[in-house]
Design a protein around this ligand. Sequence first.
Ligand code: AP5
Length: 209
Amino acid sequence: MKLVLLGPPGAGKGTLAEKLARKYEIPAISTGDLFRKTAASGSDLGKELKAIMQRGELVPDTLTISVVRDRLSNEDAGRGYLLDGFPRTIQQAEALSGFAALNHVLNLVISDDAIIERLSGRRICPQCGEIYHIKYMPPKVDNRCDNDGADLTIRDDDKIEAIKNRLKVYKKQTEPLIEYYRNTGLLKDLDASLKPEGVLARAIETLGH
Ligand code: AP5
């Protein structure tokens, strides 16, 4: 299965991606995670990516496309994959169509108010990447990861100014992809306002196996 999760920042793409990847035994590939890893390396490119992400802007298409093309050539992507956060522009979608034949595009639908509530309450484990929410998916022990006990952190781009810019960028550059993929017949809308188990159940129902 070759699947794209489309949706605004904070819609729950990463949360759903991890569950679907486990169910279908395919890798979940998040361009945001790949860029955050490079940013954490402290290299010159990493510093550049960190600044772009902190502003809530998009990484240039050429770089993003080559990172994804490289990642998809890994052996683990041979049986299929789930793309979380890519493509995000028409240019990325057109490039992807040159090296991947997608089966499904799930479009996570959610209101701006819910997005802001989700992103401002998000906490991340810096060690294993587990995603929490202080209200909706709290850890068992306050601010500690259930998996490894690490102190949870707030993503640099989850500050309110960056969130607002990410939403603006999403509407201008990524939202046109909804129409683009609707025209291909691949796109299905998914109500992302449900509880995580509800979103997962609907996604599996939509994917059909
Ligand atoms: P990226 O990491 O992709 O960020 P994003 O798209 O803004 O999405 P998020 O990770 O913020 O949200 P999500 O939808 O995964 O939600 P989550 O599951 O965490 O990109 C970051 C940056 O990298 C970009 O701004 C850009 O600079 C760069 N970048 C990445 N890809 C790029 C590309 N293709 N081109 C150019 N630049 C690129 O959930 C959010 C919160 O809600 C969590 O706290 C979670 O616990 C909670 N939650 C999730 N589901 C539910 C639910 N059903 N009910 C209640 N709470 C829920």
